[in-house]
Design a protein around this ligand. Structure first.
Ligand code: FAD
Length: 566
């Protein structure tokens, strides 16, 4: 097997991966960036609504970074590590202006200041935007920057299979070129995991098909923990029935949610913040309306933009209008848009501290949605994720550079290890019969949606666990019908499913263990938040077929838990 030597392998070329790469390569280290897709097709490109930032002179005169931290901590239902949230807020203004100086042109107000809109859970408006294509603007700008660095090699359309470790030290990544299944061992001193989210675990999701949680599963198999796995975010306004996201920007600009009786139902659930309450609260409200018979047949409510006026809607919410037209045949200028919640974001992630470093495996770092620095706690506020990818992508890059100053070169070829990993993957193509991956994946996505979704209880979670265990058994006998080596997408789908199953087991076990309701984790059998017993992070390891759950304190600096009302 070929070996490619690098100082660092960065897995993923979304905003987090590219920001880390920029810092590491600018310090003179050689970086391989591996991605399943061409960099600008990463899910970061799909981000619409904006990026939160307190920018001095461009913000409400009463606002300051401490309010931003407070909103983030309260939005996360106090499971946020407050030092991480402080760093996020304090760095927000300068990172947005840095990206602008590199060419990402943000919308401006008539007086020249960077424009701003409200997003859910914000005391003052802080969301900066490039129309409703913010992620696209940022990703293209950053990709252009990184492309100009001569220390970076891009491996686009390469699939990372697993990490290779020596004792508790990472020594590289085994990856396959998707074009021809050719394996290469990328040997390196450090690895940054920036593989994004895992929405494909759920029947309804706003995520791209590539978001299958590969990085989480690779980390678990290598012996690293996932922090707070039970916290999955459901976005309240996905288009019915296709699940294409209608950005929170719509409500930020004044759109109103109504039930089938025409009522503005959020008055019942969040009397002050109304439609701009955090996402967990709005998602539960929609399902409650539907459950109690006030939804539309099929199980949805509507999002009404019509009072905003054609010109304003077209300027600020072009993508929402386009999506409603293309995927639901609705003219959003004159008709309300049908919406229902769908999985959107993963608060859980590879356990890392504020430096991006994982405590279990030396040389393993993570950033972006793949990581849990613990800046979002139990529920992420809208527009804080793009910010996290850049701020913590940069922090992680800086600490990787520090780490490299004294890091050891991997010594061996690790041939036995890589051959074993490869054999394990190839068996799906070698088997002539068994269970087709499609059967398992559909079942898994249904189980996660039905039992590990917006509302959870002990019976449902136990049910889910036994189903997932059965599916994991079936996956052992999985096979693919395509036996060719040329763009064998079926084979890669099977590998993704294996990752999804590992993560599903960890999410469900941790959700069963947490006997309280906090943020996005809502247990109908334990409907209250219980700070006395559960104000702590879940730390979950996968040992073969068993999930080992431990806990770790939340880092609190200045904000004590209070009731979370909006
Ligand atoms: C529709 C939508 C709209 C959103 N809107 C907003 C918004 O307005 N504001 C906001 O703050 N957040 C928003 N978010 C969330 C935010 O966009 C993401 O959390 C963030 O962009 C994730 O960036 P990332 O760099 O961590 O990962 P991604 O951009 O998802 O990139 C992941 C990378 O990992 C690579 N990868 C994954 N697995 C493998 C593998 N096995 N081998 C090789 N490569 C691999 C992929 O190819 C990709 O390059 C939105 C999300 C969605 C889905």
């Amino acid at each position: 097997m070929d070996i490619a030597d690098y100082d660092v392998v960065v897995l993923g070329s979304g905003l987090a991966g590219l920001m880390s790469t920029y810092v590491i390569a600018s310090a003179g280290y050689k970086v391989a960036v591996i991605s399943k897709v061409f960099p600008t097709r990463s899910h970061s490109a799909a981000a619409e609504g904006g990026i939160a930032a307190y920018i001095p002179g461009n913000s409400d005169p009463n606002d300051n970074p401490d309010y931003m931290t407070y909103d983030t901590v309260k939005g996360g239902d106090y499971l946020v590590d407050q030092d991480a949230a402080e760093l996020l807020s304090n760095e927000s203004g300068n990172i947005v202006m840095l990206l602008e100086s590199w060419g990402a042109l943000f919308n401006r107000q008539p007086d020249g200041r960077v424009a701003v809109r409200y997003f859910g859970g914000q005391t003052y408006p802080r969301t900066r935007f490039i129309g409703d294509k913010t992620g696209m603007g940022l990703l293209h700008t950053l990709f252009e920057r990184v492309s100009g660095l001569d220390k970076v090699d891009f491996y686009n359309e390469w699939f990372a299979l697993d990490f290779v470790t020596d004792s508790n030290r990472i020594v590289g990544v085994l990856a396959l070129q998707m074009k021809d299944m050719e394996p290469v061992f990328f040997r390196s001193k450090a690895v940054v995991v920036a593989t994004g989210g895992m929405g494909m675990l759920y029947r309804h999701t706003t995520n791209s098909y590539i978001n299958t949680g590969d990085g989480y599963a690779m980390a678990l198999r290598a012996g690293a923990a996932i922090k707070d796995p039970e916290f999955v975010q459901f976005h309240p306004t996905a288009l019915y029935p296709s699940d294409v996201l209608i950005s929170e920007a719509a409500r930020g600009e004044g759109a109103i949610l109504r039930n089938a009786k025409g009522e503005r139902f959020m008055t019942r659930y969040a009397p002050k913040k109304l439609d701009l309450a955090p996402r967990d609260i709005v998602s539960r409200a929609i399902f409650t309306e539907v459950k109690e018979g006030r939804g539309f047949p099929g199980g949805y409510v509507v999002l009404d933009l019509t009072h905003l006026g054609e010109e304003y809607i077209k300027e600020r919410l072009a993508l929402a209008v386009e999506a409603a037209k293309s995927f639901a045949g609705i003219d959003a200028i004159t008709e309300p848009i049908p919406v229902r919640p769908a999985q959107h974001y993963y608060m859980g992630g590879i356990d890392v501290d504020i430096t991006g470093r994982n405590p279990d495996i030396v040389g393993l770092f993570a950033a972006g949605e793949a990581a849990c620095v613990s800046v979002h706690g139990a529920n992420r506020l809208g527009s804080n994720s793009l910010l996290e990818t850049l701020v913590f992508g940069r922090e992680t890059g800086k600490h990787v550079v520090e780490f490299l100053k004294n890091a050891q070169e991997p010594q061996s070829q690790y041939q036995n290890e890589t051959e074993k990993l490869l054999d394990d993957a190839y068996r799906f193509v070698k088997s002539e019969s068994g269970v087709h991956f499609g059967e398992i994946v559909n079942k898994l996505r249904d189980v996660m949606w039905d039992y590990v979704g917006v509302f959870r209880d002990e019976g449902g979670l136990k049910n889910a666990l036994s189903e997932i265990n059965e599916l994991r058994d079936m996956a052992g006998k999985m096979y693919v019908t395509d036996k060719s080596k040329v763009y064998n997408t079926e084979f890669f789908n099977a590998l993704e499913l294996r990752n999804m199953l590992d993560l599903a087991l960890v999410i469900t076990t941790s959700a069963l263990e947490r006997k309280e309701s906090r943020g996005a984790h809502y247990r109908t059998d334990y409907p209250e938040r219980d700070d006395d017993h559960w104000l702590k992070h879940t730390i979950a390891y996968l040992r073969g077929n068993t999930v080992e759950v431990t806990y770790k304190p939340v880092r609190m600096t200045r904000w004590k838990p209070e009731p979370r009302v909006y």
